[in-house]
Write a protein that binds this ligand. Sequence first.
Ligand SMILES: Cc1cc2nc3c(=O)[nH]c(=O)nc-3n(C[C@H](O)[C@H](O)[C@H](O)COP(=O)(O)OP(=O)(O)OC[C@H]3O[C@@H](n4cnc5c(N)ncnc54)[C@H](O)[C@@H]3O)c2cc1C
Ligand SMILES: *[C@@H]1O[C@H](CO)[C@@H](O)[C@H](O)[C@H]1NC(C)=O
Ligand SMILES: *[C@@H]1O[C@H](CO)[C@@H](O)[C@H](O)[C@H]1NC(C)=O
Ligand SMILES: *[C@@H]1O[C@H](CO)[C@@H](O)[C@H](O)[C@H]1NC(C)=O
Ligand SMILES: *[C@@H]1O[C@H](CO)[C@@H](O)[C@H](O)[C@H]1NC(C)=O
Ligand SMILES: *[C@@H]1O[C@H](CO)[C@@H](O)[C@H](O)[C@H]1NC(C)=O
Ligand SMILES: *[C@@H]1O[C@H](CO)[C@@H](O)[C@H](O)[C@H]1NC(C)=O
Ligand SMILES: *[C@@H]1O[C@H](CO)[C@@H](O)[C@H](O)[C@H]1NC(C)=O
Length: 385
Amino acid sequence: MKTAALLSAFLSLGTFAAAESVPKTDYDVIIVGGGPAGLSALSGVSRVRRSALLLDDQHYRNDPTREMHDVIGSDGTPPAAFRALARQQISRYPTARFKNSTVLSINPIPGPYSSFNVSDNTGSSYTARKIVLGTGVTDVLPNTPGVQEAWGKGLFWCPWCDGYEHRDQPFGILGNIADVLGSVLETNTQFEDIIAFVNGTDTPASEAAATKQHASWKEQLKAWNVTIDNRTISSIERIQDGGVHRNNTADVQYDKFLVHFTQGAPIERGAFIINAPTVQHSNLPYQMNLNVKNEKIVVDTSSMRTNVTGVWAIGDSNSDASTNVPHAMFSGKKSAVFLHVEISKEDSQSMISKRSGLSQRELVREAHRAIGTNLEPVWEQVQKK
Ligand SMILES: Cc1cc2nc3c(=O)[nH]c(=O)nc-3n(C[C@H](O)[C@H](O)[C@H](O)COP(=O)(O)OP(=O)(O)OC[C@H]3O[C@@H](n4cnc5c(N)ncnc54)[C@H](O)[C@@H]3O)c2cc1C
Ligand SMILES: *[C@@H]1O[C@H](CO)[C@@H](O)[C@H](O)[C@H]1NC(C)=O
Ligand SMILES: *[C@@H]1O[C@H](CO)[C@@H](O)[C@H](O)[C@H]1NC(C)=O
Ligand SMILES: *[C@@H]1O[C@H](CO)[C@@H](O)[C@H](O)[C@H]1NC(C)=O
Ligand SMILES: *[C@@H]1O[C@H](CO)[C@@H](O)[C@H](O)[C@H]1NC(C)=O
Ligand SMILES: *[C@@H]1O[C@H](CO)[C@@H](O)[C@H](O)[C@H]1NC(C)=O
Ligand SMILES: *[C@@H]1O[C@H](CO)[C@@H](O)[C@H](O)[C@H]1NC(C)=O
Ligand SMILES: *[C@@H]1O[C@H](CO)[C@@H](O)[C@H](O)[C@H]1NC(C)=O
């Protein structure tokens, strides 16, 4: 009786809901960006035979660095070698396509289910049901001569990246005085001889900002033996290349730099950390009118969804407050799971000609089951800058 009632309810639903067919597109998904985030998303969708096109114009954030670190299984691998192996492995899946081009615009196609029209700089356009942006960020470095050249080769922003190869060397912190203690708290296990080159930012306003963050910042800096040099930096000169002068057995790179000032004697250092802002690499998040705050595409971090249905943002570009290769891969994988399940749900709905939309909670639950919920708390713990 119960079954019959359910069945009749179901059928009556079917009579008033119009059949909504899913969009016919060139691909299930188009991924923009071929860094570790985009590659991970492509791998994830390819394993479940979703047709996918990855469009990439190959200006990777970690291009300048000699080797990539803290990516288990690939520690010390040059980033280009890492990406090449990933491409080679993913190319084994017949549903995966790569193209080297710049995406200029992505426009939604109206309909009951999401789909998009993607145009690139070769004059081609492709359609897909789902979009994943792994478009990355760009570091905005100070214009001081020598900084750009040193970037990724002795001058780094991330203690996990290249700090270990320069451990115990004379160390410099570049940036505003208010950020110095933060850098010290991240690097004190790697360096003892630390000078903060604050470049004229030791002003009452910056000191007040530092005090607001850590009331006892001065005492703490003293306790960590940090010297503050407030002189204006005129250039950073490389006097030795750690790419050549290195001991691979001991994992040490001997870069050497002279910091020059507008006044007084230069100071020699082996490595630096710098606090510099990042901006979105691509204009697409703005062109697509996604929610972007503080130069990050705002996502629901349980799914990496943006505020536009059918669009995900992964890797450095998103608001998950984590910018490293493991996060890029993790978030790429997450988007792959969610979009795969979302397409299946749409297909399923369409097959039974039921109009009612997807339940967000149902989708989240299903995707979590597929990705393995036990990963979640672990990842939250290990998330680094
Ligand atoms: C100097 C340096 C060293 C680093 N070292 C490490 C390290 O040792 N370990 C670590 O874990 N992390 C490291 N990182 C961080 C790491 O580089 C990033 O976390 C990672 O690259 C993020 O991957 P992604 O895929 O989000 O972006 P990216 O790797 O930057 O890739 C984005 C891609 O999207 C492309 N793109 C953007 N817009 C478009 C468009 N409109 N059309 C087509 N393509 C587009 C870009 O050209 C690029 O190819 C380092 C960063 C820097 C700056
Ligand atoms: C596209 O870029 C990748 C990575 O840089 C490269 O290996 C490949 O040869 C390029 N493909 C073409 C057709 O230029
Ligand atoms: C996609 O955009 C291109 C370029 O504007 C256009 O020529 C094409 O007709 C569009 N395709 C669809 C399906 O909207
Ligand atoms: C130092 O300060 C000057 C003047 O404000 C600025 O132009 C320059 O980019 C700064 N350099 C560094 C390395 O912070
Ligand atoms: C403390 O810092 C000074 C100046 O940078 C340096 O010369 C000295 O070696 C440091 N002391 C220790 C114990 O590292
Ligand atoms: C630091 O340098 C700036 C710019 O030259 C100057 O205004 C400020 O007074 C200096 N701070 C100290 C503590 O000397
Ligand atoms: C490199 O490091 C290893 C291990 O610490 C050491 O035995 C070796 O002497 C070093 N080589 C040189 C050239 O310094
Ligand atoms: C996404 O967020 C942006 C910025 O807040 C907003 O302008 C846009 O309307 C939102 N889009 C949707 C589909 O909600």
